[in-house]
Design a protein around this ligand. Structure first.
Ligand SMILES: [Zn+2]
Length: 264
């Protein structure tokens, strides 16, 4: 069966009579995740999430298209580990800007980046491009989508290659997970309280944390937890895509047309 919501699978004939209202671009990274997860983890999970969300939104609206993932991400701070591949934010931004312009020329005005890697940050690109072009751009870091429910799913806190990411891998590609090699992810903490409390931020060079490029404990991970968290994330993102596809553009989009006192 041809997946009309997947740009790599549909064809000229099927695309000729429609302009996708919403395009979805996943972004990943190629980098180590502790010793037990695949280097392509971020690209693999974000591709799966994008495909599922676009499928659900397509079935409801026929107005969504998913693009193939950009596999590489910003990884300069992980380059001490074998075969991490770094592409600068500047280069990624340039490529994504070109993709946005291509989609714009084809008539699409709403684009969602589903980001799978914490080192990628497209906020300045989205801000600038929305000022330069008549287009609406959104970034969704998928792992944050269900954080308000995190404690209902997981026992250990979330960070790179920890319980959540390992659970998701066990749910999606268990054949690529070698739990017997997972190290304990103990890290050297910051020396300064301001950094530990996170009201001063910096960027971590991962080789200073430990020798296995991980920062939270994967030992309590399970496929069941991963599946349940993915279900929540996919449900929320696909609902957003459906709303986005069904909402016509006007001068105040994406805001409400009327003023209202809110706490936001
Ligand atoms: Zn990751």
């Amino acid at each position: 069966m041809i997946k009309d919501w997947d740009l790599t699978q549909t064809n000229l004939n099927r695309l000729s009579n429609r302009i996708p209202e919403v395009a979805v671009l996943p972004t990943g990274a190629i980098e180590p995740h502790n010793r037990h997860l695949p280097e392509g983890q971020d690209m693999l999970h974000v591709s799966y999430i994008t495909e599922q969300c676009c499928k659900i939104a397509w079935e409801k609206t026929q107005k969504v298209i998913g693009l193939p993932a950009i596999p590489y991400g910003v990884d300069c701070n992980l380059m001490d580990f074998p075969m991490a591949i770094h592409v600068s934010q500047h280069t990624l931004d340039a490529m994504i800007k070109d993709i946005i312009i291509s989609l714009y020329k084809h008539g699409t005005r709403k684009i969602v980046i589903i980001n799978g890697h914490g080192g990628n940050d497209f906020t300045p690109l989205l801000r600038q491009t929305q000022c330069d072009m008549d287009i609406h751009l959104f970034q969704c870091d998928w792992w944050k989508v269900g954080l308000d429910q995190y404690d209902n799913f997981f026992e250990n806190s979330d960070d790179h290659a920890g319980e959540m990411e390992t659970s998701v891998a066990l749910a999606l590609f268990p054949e690529l997970v070698e739990m017997q090699y997972a190290a304990d992810s103990t890290v050297r903490p910051f020396r300064f309280e301001a950094l530990r409390k996170n009201w001063v931020r910096t960027s971590r060079r991962f080789v200073k944390l430990n020798d296995h490029c991980a920062s939270s404990d994967p030992s309590k991970a399970s496929a069941k937890k991963g599946k349940e968290y993915l279900d929540l994330v996919i449900n929320r993102i696909s609902n957003f895509l459906i709303e986005l596809a069904q909402t016509p553009l006007d001068e105040f989009f994406p805001h409400e047309p009327d003023h209202k006192k809110t706490d936001q």
